[in-house]
Design a protein around this ligand. Structure first.
Ligand code: F6R
Length: 240
C-alpha cells in the first residue's frame, strides 16, 4: 500500500486525475470503475479538462458503475447515475456503449447484478477502480459486515449511510437499499486508488489503514490489495 498525502482537496483532485489519465493512456480498452459521492467530483472535472487539452482520451476505456441507490434513477438529484452523467459521462462525451450502469429503478435487482458481472467479465475484469470511504468505512455500498461474496449484490443501508445521504439529495429521502459491486470483486481490480479528503474522515481513515483488517470496516480489507494507492489531503491524514 502506497500512501500519498497532499495539502488540500484541489491538489488531491489534480493529482488523482493525473494518475488516472496516465493509467488510461497506458491501458486503452481496459475497464474502469469510479465511485460517485462528493470526494471525486473535482477529480472528474479535472479529467474532463485534461481531455479538452488532449492529454487523455476518456472514451478509450470502458466504464462500470460502482453502485446505486435502489429506488432512484437519473431524474433523481443525488443518484449516482445522475452525478456521474452530469459531471463526467456527459461533459466528457463518453459513448453510451462504453458505459454499463445499474438501474436503481429496475425491480429485478438480481438481473441487474448478473448483467454487471457479465459486463465486468466481458471486459477482462476491472483494470482500475477509484474508491471513496464512507463515514462508516463502507466502500461502494459494501456496508460494515458485508461478507466476502463474489460478484454484485444488494445491501441494506447502514444508518450512517442513510443520514449522510441527505447531503446528496438536499432533503431526507427514504432510501434503505443499495446495489453495489461487491468488495471481493473490487479487490480483484488490478489497480485501486482510495481517495479521501476532509478532517471528518480522519478517524475512519486511521481505522481503515492502521486498524484491524475486518469486514466491520470494509475499507480496511483493502490493506491486502495487491496494488493500492491511498491518496489523501492533510486533513484526512491527520490521525495517521
Ligand atoms: C459512491 C460510493 C461511496 C462513496 C463514499 C464517500 O459511489 O461508492 O462509497 O465513495 O460514501 O462519499 P463522499 O465522497 O461523498 O464522502
Amino acid at each position: 500500500m502506497k500512501i500519498i498525502i497532499v495539502e488540500n482537496h484541489n491538489e488531491l483532485s489534480v493529482l488523482v486525475a493525473q494518475k488516472i489519465a496516465t493509467y488510461i493512456n497506458h491501458n486503452p480498452n481496459t475497464l474502469v470503475c469510479f465511485a460517485a459521492g462528493d470526494t471525486p467530483l473535482g477529480m472528474l472535472r479535472e479529467l474532463v479538462t485534461m481531455q479538452s487539452r488532449k492529454e487523455v482520451d476518456l472514451s478509450s476505456v470502458w466504464y462500470a458503475q460502482l453502485d446505486e441507490w435502489i429506488g432512484l434513477g437519473i431524474e433523481d438529484i443525488g443518484s449516482c447515475v445522475r452525478v456521474m452523467t452530469d459531471v463526467f459521462f456527459g461533459p466528457a462525451n463518453i459513448p453510451k456503449e462504453r458505459i454499463h450502469l445499474f438501474d436503481g429503478l429496475d425491480p429485478d435487482t438480481n438481473g441487474q447484478c448478473r448483467a454487471m458481472e457479465k459486463w465486468i467479465a466481458a471486459h477482462g475484469g476491472i483494470g482500475l477502480t477509484l474508491l471513496g470511504i464512507g463515514m462508516n468505512g463502507h466502500i461502494g455500498f459494501n456496508e460494515p459486515g458485508t461478507p466476502d461474496r463474489e460478484g454484485c449484490f444488494t445491501v441494506s443501508l447502514d444508518d450512517t449511510t442513510k443520514s449522510v445521504s441527505v447531503k446528496y439529495f438536499g432533503a431526507e429521502r427514504s432510501v434503505s437499499t443499495g446495489i453495489t459491486i461487491g468488495w471481493y470483486e473490487l479487490m480483484q481490480a488490478r489497480t485501486a486508488i482510495l481517495m479521501v479528503c476532509g478532517e471528518a474522515k480522519a478517524p475512519i481513515v486511521k481505522a481503515s489503514l492502521k486498524g484491524e483488517v475486518t469486514v466491520d470496516v470494509p475499507a480496511s480489507l483493502f490493506q491486502n490489495h495487491s496494488s493500492l494507492t491511498v491518496m489523501l489531503d492533510k486533513a484526512a491524514a491527520s490521525l495517521l
